[in-house]
Design a protein around this ligand. Structure first.
Ligand SMILES: Cc1cc2nc3c(=O)[nH]c(=O)nc-3n(C[C@H](O)[C@H](O)[C@H](O)COP(=O)(O)OP(=O)(O)OC[C@H]3O[C@@H](n4cnc5c(N)ncnc54)[C@H](O)[C@@H]3O)c2cc1C
Length: 408
């Protein structure tokens, strides 16, 4: 594999490294967790600086408030590597920026791009994702929230669940059944709902981190203008899948595993067990090295995707494994941290005895990636059926009489 990107890229790397070593070093502010809070003014200012230098919203056209560079995956990779290497804080990642903006660029209208992209990438407009419902998570296309056209509006009724950061959001991209007579995948529309509308009730759900990260969202006669639709009526499933593609990419960020391993390795140099540094204990060292190997495998797999993309040689299956392998890797990295620290590893948020970092929070949070954006089991189904061409899983129905096989 050719890993030298050439002199143009060496210059670019030097430029990014210089930015990280100067401006990057001056920005010591707390982190924002994915989709959780509204960004502080400091975060918004840093986001502005990153966009100005082309280290966030890099390939978003200038007319939509981005940096306006030609898409170049190698440069994006270099930025990510240099930011991780130097510990420089990257741009804001949330559902609006990482999932909806690319959806607008791929399938939105010009009016939607003009109206929404700039405030979203600058962190001024926060979005939540109204997909899951009770009983419609993995089987998302069975969703029941209803939208009926009355005059200039859809009138929406139903319930969503696990809606991350709904309580902090200005807008929601929401899936609604608007064509009740169509087959389930063809009756859904993808709408843009203002969270200011009357009829939206948000009930926070407390997760095992102790925080109300996501919510139940009850909708009673909520008005959404008929123009607030992405794609056509009844074609929302296709648009929803465009967004899901970007969601999986966001969750499987390779930079995150590299910086996670680095953090655990640093901690293992500091911590001792019976006077021996954790890094020198074979049982932990062995696990660390295996994780490093998996992280490198993911990185080189990313490069393989890159060359396939450039050479237009994608077979499809290689892109499907990324979320599955990255999320399990993240889980295994933080499991190691918790195991190394023994009883200290179980301490949580603000304990005076806590060591170096909130490892237990990282560990618990790593479950989120395995479930969110489609569970690991669903990813495995997708890989086997769509990627490897194995037989589809049989369709079964469960009622009081037991299981019934609907389709083999
Ligand atoms: C941190 C986090 C944030 C989230 N944020 C949002 C959000 O902002 N907006 C939103 O709409 N949703 C959000 N979700 C919801 C998420 O998309 C769903 O949890 C996920 O799709 C699974 O759906 P479910 O919870 O209904 O589980 P279910 O679909 O009920 O699945 C339960 C279990 O059964 C397994 N299973 C189900 N069907 C199959 C099958 N066919 N084959 C094999 N196994 C199967 C699943 O893998 C899982 O283990 C979030 C979830 C998490 C964890």
């Amino acid at each position: 594999m050719e890993l030298n990107f050439g002199p143009e890229y060496d210059d670019f790397r030097a430029e990014v490294r210089n930015f990280c070593n100067t401006l990057g070093k001056q920005t010591q502010h707390g982190s924002i967790r994915l989709g959780e809070f509204r960004p502080s003014q400091q975060m918004l200012d840093w986001q502005g600086t990153l966009i100005e230098h082309g280290y966030a919203a890099r390939s978003i056209p200038k007319e939509y408030g981005g940096f306006g560079a030609k898409p170049d995956i190698v440069k994006s990779l270099i930025i990510s590597e240099e930011f991780v290497r130097s510990g420089t804080r990257g741009g804001i990642q949330n559902q609006g920026i990482s999932m909806l903006v690319p959806t607008f660029l791929e399938v939105g209208t010009e009016e939607q791009r003009q109206k929404y992209i700039k405030p979203t990438i600058h962190g001024d407009m926060i979005w939540c994702q109204g997909y899951s419902e009770p009983g419609s998570g993995s089987d998302l296309a069975s969703l029941k929230t209803k939208g009926v056209v009355e005059g200039d509006n859809f009138i929406v009724n139903g319930q969503k669940v696990w809606t991350s950061s709904a309580q902090f959001s200005d807008m929601c991209f929401i899936l609604v059944r608007t064509e009740p007579d169509a087959a389930k995948h063809h009756g859904i529309s993808y709408l843009l709902m203002s969270m200011e509308e009357p009829g939206i009730e948000i009930r926070p759900l407390v997760t095992m981190t102790g925080e109300a990260f996501f919510n139940e969202m009850f909708l009673s006669d909520v008005k959404i203008p008929v123009g607030n639709i992405v794609g056509k009526r009844g074609e929302g499933w296709r648009v929803a899948n465009v967004t899901l593609k970007y969601e999986r990419g966001m969750i499987a960020n390779p930079g995150a595993s590299a910086s996670g391993i680095r953090g655990v390795a640093d901690m293992m140099h500091e911590e001792t067990l019976s006077g021996v540094r954790a890094i020198d204990l074979p049982v932990f060292r062995d696990r660390l090295v295996k994780l490093q190997a998996r992280s490198l495998a993911n990185k080189y797999h990313g490069l393989r995707l890159l060359s396939n993309d450039i050479n237009k040689e994608s077979t499809g299956v290689e892109g499907l494994i990324v979320k599955l392998s990255a999320t399990y890797l993240s889980y295994d990295i933080y499991s190691l941290a918790v195991d190394v620290l023994g009883e200290f590893g179980t301490l949580y948020d603000g304990s005076v005895y806590q060591r170096s970092k909130d490892w237990m929070r990282q560990y618990i949070s790593s479950f989120m990636g395995i479930i969110g954006g489609g569970t690991a089991q669903i990813q495995k189904n997708v890989i086997s059926e769509r990627g490897l061409g194995l037989p589809r899983e049989p369709l079964v129905k469960l009622d009081k009489n037991g299981w019934e096989l609907l389709k083999k």
